[in-house]
Design a protein around this ligand. Structure first.
Ligand code: ZN
Ligand code: MN
Length: 133
């Protein structure tokens, strides 16, 4: 019985983590997600959050974004879309551009093998940071 209860708790925690992540477009860190989930599940540990994020990532329910910053950021939107990364504050925003079929076709002609999809990030300075400069 104990393992059944443990499994139920894991499922509940994982569902909450997914809900928190899908409820924001800020591409948060594991720490931020932990702080949010802890408000309703005070006993959850940061390690549990990390473990569940890994499981969710491996099952394709979330994306892990790592653009050379210290901490991984997570995205609840797994549909292919572009990102804008602020080089000044590290903020990551969605870029609502249609996906470019052209770049995929061009890559298909330039690689030995089959191209399935592409990912793209833009880098620059966000509006807030531009004002502060
Ligand atoms: Zn910024
Ligand atoms: Mn995104």
């Amino acid at each position: 019985m104990e393992s059944v209860q443990k499994a139920r708790r894991m499922t509940r925690q994982r569902r909450k983590i997914l809900e928190v992540l899908r409820g924001t477009d800020t591409h948060p860190t594991a720490d931020w997600i932990f702080e949010q989930v802890r408000r309703v599940m005070p006993k959850i540990s940061l390690g549990t959050v990390y473990r569940n994020l890994r499981v969710l990532k491996e099952s394709g329910e979330i994306l892990e974004l790592n653009y050379g910053s210290t901490y991984s950021r997570f995205d609840g939107n797994t549909d292919n879309h572009y990102h804008f990364v602020c080089l000044s504050c590290g903020k990551i925003g969605d870029v609502m551009l249609p996906l470019s079929d052209q770049i995929t076709r061009q890559a298909a002609g330039a690689v030995d093998g089959r191209v399935e999809f592409h990912r793209l990030e833009f880098y620059g300075t966000c509006g807030d940071c531009t004002i502060k400069q």
